[in-house]
Design a protein around this ligand. Structure first.
Ligand code: NAP
Length: 317
């Protein structure tokens, strides 16, 4: 449903959401959203105001009858520790975090999930009766999006990833935990290359997957890896912002029709890489699925409810 081919036409609008996508705080429909027991969840980021998460989670809370609201808070490195302590103080459900809070926050929680330990970053904190547990739902979101939208399971697959930053690491860890056969990352050979290579290859040592990091400039090796891969993931920002219209692949001929091509970028919806993939007949997906499923996973951790994905569509148009 989130592929660049099929996005659209699947979701329905939720009747309690107004045209500005803000939640209704009055008694329309006979049920108030805010009560004396309403719980708080939030987003700690800087900047925080452009996030889609408040609309997504508030819509989910309403639809599931969860007495909670989700707000975005401007939180940076200077006030992160106090903000996280407030999760306990205010008995919040938990929060989402963006970079660089994702890595710094690790020092302020009580426990880490398995994937969060391996990734070294958390995007979700769950308040379990005063104990703060850090999770990273980015890689889980990617794996779920692949299963739901592309109908492809990660187990036994070989994945080639362009870029070796935060998103690539979350995907590598989750893919390795899900039993991927091999993950190969292409990274520029700069001063951080060896450190990043060692860091990623440790994931392979701690799981049953092979994890390799290769020089981005090694096109011959890239062609060989793509020929034996089932998935190609663009985890660079090549294709968005000032790099819109550019492809992270030197040549479109490196692609083949049996390769699932996933661009983590979701704005624009169809990057140059995805256009090239579609042209040669390869299944092509943008980053909306990962974005939605990482949020849905956090929502489930806080509420024990499945996020009703069918009412989220217009948020992503
Ligand atoms: P990041 O930590 O900054 O990592 C970016 C990676 O891209 C780095 O490895 C960097 O290489 C590489 N890169 C940048 N420019 C390059 C170039 N010209 N040639 C080769 N490599 C280049 O960023 P991130 O958080 O992982 O995000 C990566 C992408 O994923 C972004 O487009 C982001 O919007 C997207 N994303 C999507 C979702 C989603 O839910 N869909 C979630 C997270 C991120 P060096 O290491 O050599 O600098």
């Amino acid at each position: 449903m989130f592929s660049t081919k099929t996005l659209g036409g699947f979701f329905i609008f939720h009747d309690k959401i107004n045209k500005q996508n803000s939640i209704t705080l009055d008694n329309q429909g006979g049920q108030s959203v805010i009560s004396g027991k309403t719980k708080l969840a939030g987003f700690f980021a800087n900047p925080a105001e452009h996030s889609l998460s408040p609309r997504m989670h508030n819509r989910g809370f309403q639809a599931c009858g969860v007495d909670a609201v989700y707000l975005a808070f401007e939180v940076d490195q200077t006030n992160l520790a106090r903000a996280i302590e407030s999760i306990r103080t205010l008995d919040m459900l938990g929060v989402n975090l963006s970079m660089p809070n994702k890595t710094t926050a690790i020092a302020y929680v009580d426990e880490l999930s398995q994937e969060a330990q391996l990734i070294g970053a958390i995007n979700t904190i769950v308040n379990q009766n005063g104990k703060l547990i850090g999770y990273n739902t980015d890689g889980i979101g990617f794996v779920k999006a692949m299963a739901e939208t592309a109908k492809i399971k990660i187990k036994d697959k070989k994945i080639t990833i362009l870029g070796a930053g935060g998103a690539a690491k979350a995907i590598t860890v989750q893919a390795a935990l899900e039993g991927a056969r091999e993950v190969v990352l292409y990274k520029r050979k700069n001063e951080r290359f060896l450190t990043v290579k060692r860091d990623f290859e440790k994931i392979g040592e701690q799981t049953d997957s092979i994890v390799r990091v290769v020089d981005y400039a090694d096109e011959e090796q890239l062609v060989r890896d793509l020929q034996t891969s089932e998935l190609l993931v663009n985890a660079t920002d090549i294709g968005m912002g000032t790099k819109e219209g550019q492809s992270p692949l030197a040549k479109a001929t490196f692609l083949h029709e049996n390769l699932f091509v996933i661009d983590l970028i979701y704005s624009p919806r169809k990057t140059q890489l995805l256009k090239e993939a579609e042209k040669i007949g390869a299944p092509a997906f943008n980053g909306l699925g990962m974005l939605l499923y990482q949020g849905a996973t956090a929502f489930h951790l806080w509420t024990n409810h499945e996020m009703p994905l069918d009412i989220m569509k217009d948020l992503f148009e």
